[in-house]
Write a protein that binds this ligand. Structure first.
Ligand code: UD1
Ligand code: CA
Length: 451
């Protein structure tokens, strides 16, 4: 089967400098969604994308995807768009036409259209309570005879609620002959792809229709208002999928997935969370409200409290993170680690049962097991030009308000007194304090403002 995706339109009503099909939905461009769905169909040969407006940007976006591009220099209509692809179409096979701005189409629906069409001409239709703007399906004694566009329709035809979604399956052999037969003698002066239906019907081909159950699936995004509606529908679909797999969502309308979330059993996700890239939540993970989690893996039974932000983090089992924790790239936390509020961790390993509970920055570090890091600790990993590592071995106690000036190593079981600036390596089991001994001056008068 050939697949042609029409994506040459500008999308004026988006008021954007991007071509319409590069607007995103669930963090991925609309054209990528459509290509991905097409790739999942069996027996797909070539996927051809017809580009026009800002073609370079669309091509750049899809440069790693195995598709073939065809340029439509002037947008003279959907039939003209398909004609541009004709030399890349294998006429011995049928041709599925998809739209770059109809991103929610599901492979199951396309498969149903393909299965029903057999040797006929397949049309994906939908019934709409308000069919305004769409091409109407005209029937004669039940059989489809042609499609009439809104602009060309009579008042009576405009009352037809069965409309063309644009998605069609054109049978082999006749496609190029039909496309060359198209004329632009209509209100829009465009070459309508929909006129192929009349050609096929006149030649006695069976026109098979399959009706999409969910109108959202075949809806195009022409404006930001429509795009937002599709985004909500898409997110609702994601939420339903998660719930079907056993994830408990506090509110299915308050979760956004911009990528994928794989979940184990008895996972709970509170309101307002955003998931990006590839996220894995193992069994019994609990995610508190308003967390942003990107490309991270969270181990069994771990609890993440409100307003935590993770990017490329790996967290072990039964850990407690947040509220207000920030895990940056390559933060790797072992099992039963506790990370508290206003703690930032970057490119660091934190060992089993270690605790970093308050107001701390740990960067480029390796922290052993059962370490306690006091409030306000900072690893000074950067000299303005280079980054250096801090090593804190097992069972250390780092007092509050400690600065560890890297490169530096704190030996196993040692203790750092509060307020210390550690600039030299600390041996095992030692106590280090660098603060000035406390002095007391009795009856001290503070400086007064001069007259
Ligand atoms: C089209 C159908 C209409 C259907 C509706 C569904 C035709 C003549 N009409 O109308 O029956 O109900 O879709 O949404 O086909 N495109 C190109 N090159 C062009 C023109 C369009 O690539 O020269 C692309 C657009 O980027 C868009 C798609 O084709 O993705 C549809 O074009 P559009 O102009 O929106 O068609 P409609 O008038 O909505
Ligand atoms: Ca349209």
């Amino acid at each position: 089967m050939n697949v042609v995706i029409l994506a040459a339109g500008l999308g004026k009503r988006m008021f954007s400098s991007l071509p319409k099909v590069l607007q995103t939905l669930g963090g991925q461009t609309m054209i990528e969604h459509v290509v991905e769905t097409a790739q999942q169909l069996p027996n797909v040969g070539k996927i051809i994308v017809v580009v026009g407006h800002k073609a370079e940007l669309v091509q750049e976006k899809l440069k790693e995807v195995p598709v073939r591009f065809v340029i439509q220099k002037e947008q003279l209509g959907t039939g003209h768009a398909l004609l541009q692809a004709i030399s890349d179409i294998d006429e011995k096979e049928s041709t599925l036409v998809l739209y770059g701005d109809v991103p929610l189409i599901r492979k199951e629906t396309l498969q149903a259209l393909i299965d029903q069409t057999k040797n006929g001409f397949g049309l994906l239709t939908v019934k709409l309570s308000n069919p305004t703007g769409y091409g109407r399906i005209l029937r004669q004694s039940g059989k489809v005879s042609r499609i009439v566009e809104e602009k060309d329709a009579t008042e009576e035809q405009k009352r037809i609620d069965e409309v063309n979604t644009g998605i069609m399956l054109i049978p082999p052999k006749d496609i190029s002959r039909w496309l060359r037969q198209l004329k632009n003698e209509n209100q829009a002066q465009e070459y309508y792809l929909t006129d192929l239906v009349e050609f096929a019907a006149t030649e006695g081909k069976a026109i098979v229709t399959h009706t999409a159950e969910d109108p959202m699936e075949v809806e195009g995004a022409n404006s930001l208002v429509q795009l937002e509606a599709l985004e909500r529908a898409y997110q609702r679909r994601n939420a339903n999928e998660l719930m079907k797999k056993g994830v408990r969502l506090a509110d299915a309308s308050r979760i956004d997935i911009r990528g994928s979330v794989a979940c184990g059993k008895d996972v709970f996700i509170d309101v307002g969370c955003i998931f990006e890239g590839n996220v894995v939540l193992e069994d019994r993970v609990h995610i508190g409200p308003y967390c942003v989690i990107k490309d991270s893996r969270i181990g069994e039974g771990t609890k993440v409290e409100a307003f935590s932000h993770f990017d490329d983090a790996t967290i072990g089992k039964a850990a407690r993170i947040g509220p207000f924790a920030r895990l940056r790239p390559k933060a790797v936390l072992a099992d039963q680690v506790h990370i508290g509020n206003f703690v930032e961790i970057k490119k660091s390993d934190i060992g089993l049962e270690s605790k970093v509970n308050h107001l701390t920055y740990i960067g480029d570090s390796s922290v052993g097991q059962k370490v306690n890091i006091g409030a306000g600790t900072i690893t000074c990993n950067y000299d303005g030009a280079n980054k250096f590592r801090t090593v804190i071995e097992d069972d250390c106690f780092i007092g509050s308000d400690t600065q560890l000036v890297a490169p530096v190593k704190v030996g196993k079981g040692s203790t750092i007194g509060a307020g210390t600036t550690v600039t030299k390596d600390v041996s095992e089991g030692a106590l280090v304090i660098s603060r000035v001994p406390q002095k007391e001056i009795k009856g001290w008068t503070r400086p007064r403002k001069k007259e």
